[in-house]
Ligand binder design. Structure first.
Ligand code: EPU
Length: 338
């Protein structure tokens, strides 16, 4: 069943809680239905389009003058079961954290460090979500979706997805032309845990030792201690990416700020913690209108109540300008601006 609605209110469809609307909103349950719908309604292919899952990584600056497509595709099924590995196909409409809990309950390793990340499966490869030493790309073996140019279902294997730090082919080159309908994850029956992230091991030990359940519990506890609950304060997690700078630039910064958190990227580059830069620039807990920098994690901007998308965007501009003034580093947004 599909549903096409005009003037659709988006407030409940974005985790910032921005009160915008969409000219058209289409909810579909399967890829065949999507293909069938557009073959019979080709005029809608002329409109600007946006694929919207749980709306946890975008900011609406105004009403959306186009078609929003919401995949409500369900289903989790084992497609391959081998001695040490299992491949699981998951519909784009399933909540990511539900999938993580399913993996943990079934003794499958690979997704547990990404517990409690908001959003649906469809956005996972697009954004290549990551946290606590893991990126989703490390367990994605195949992405299946519809090519909106010819309305055919296609499948891309891992190597063709051009995964990078919070990016992929689907976020760049195929941005409006490929709608993810399902993702195949490769999970392990052997448990090669990744617990190097600062503080994770200690939390796990307090919980009674390393296993999938305790890693999930520890990650959830860390996230809840730092990140605001969107049900309480609208937000989209990290607003900016952690910038990548050269080793020489990092050395200059380190000389002036010995405590600056830096992470190796490759032989010539390192990543700087944007949250630290914003915090050091004095913005933690500060507000501009009804938008605020979260008091426990400066990388997160929150809607303190009734903020417009413009208000949140303005705060991000002011903060980025100030960070540039103080550290000569350009902050790039992680959140998609619509
Ligand atoms: N820091 C501060 N002040 C702050 C925030 C951070 O000094 O206000 C310092 C921390 O003390 C730490 C460093 O900066 O030394 C890094 O902070 P944290 O471990 O909280 O992680 P992050 O780099 O700020 C990234 C991801 C998060 C992910 C965490 C944990 C990005 C843009 N963000 O944040 O992802 O949960 O690591 O792995 O890469 C998201 O993408 O929405 C997200 C929340």
């Amino acid at each position: 069943m599909h549903e096409l609605i005009s003037n659709f209110p988006l407030k409940a469809s974005n985790t910032f809680g921005i009160d915008a609307s969409a000219k058209h909103y289409l909810k579909i349950d399967s890829s065949s239905e999507l293909i069938h719908f557009f073959k019979n309604n080709r005029f809608l292919l002329e409109e600007d389009r946006l694929f919207l899952g749980a709306g946890s990584n975008l900011l609406f600056l105004k009403d959306y003058d186009g078609l929003i497509i919401h995949p409500s595709i369900s289903g989790i099924s084992v497609v391959k079961d081998e001695k040490n590995e299992v491949e699981v196909a998951c519909g784009a409409g399933i909540s990511w954290d539900y999938f993580v809990s399913w993996c943990v309950e079934n003794g499958l390793q690979g997704a547990e460090n990404l517990s409690l990340i908001p959003g649906n499966i469809g956005a996972v490869p697009v954004q290549n979500i990551g946290a606590y030493g893991t990126e989703a790309s490390s367990i994605i073996s195949e992405v299946i979706g519809v090519d909106m140019n010819n309305l055919e279902e296609i499948s891309l294997n891992h190597n063709n997805c051009e995964f990078g730090y919070r990016t992929s082919l689907f976020k760049e080159k195929l941005k409006e032309s490929f709608m993810v309908t399902s993702v195949v994850f490769k999970l392990s029956k052997l448990h090669n845990y990744k617990i190097q992230y600062e503080g994770l091991k200690d939390r796990i030990n307090i919980l009674g030792g390393i296993n999938l359940q305790n890693i999930r519990k520890a990650v959830i506890a860390i996230r809840q201690s730092k990140l605001p609950d969107p049900a309480e304060f609208g937000n989209a997690g990290s607003f900016f990416k952690n910038p990548v700078i050269t080793k020489a630039e990092a050395q200059t910064l380190k000389n002036m700020n010995p405590d600056i958190p830096l992470y190796p990227v490759d032989s010539g580059n390192v990543k700087v913690a944007a949250g630290w830069l914003i915090d050091k620039a004095g913005w933690k807990g500060k507000s501009l209108g009804r938008a605020s920098i979260h008091s426990k994690q400066a990388l997160v901007i929150i809607n303190s109540g009734g903020a417009t998308g413009e208000e949140i965007f303005r705060l991000s501009e002011v903060v980025a300008q100030d960070v540039f003034k103080k550290f000569k580093i350009t902050l790039e947004r992680e959140v998609q601006i619509i």
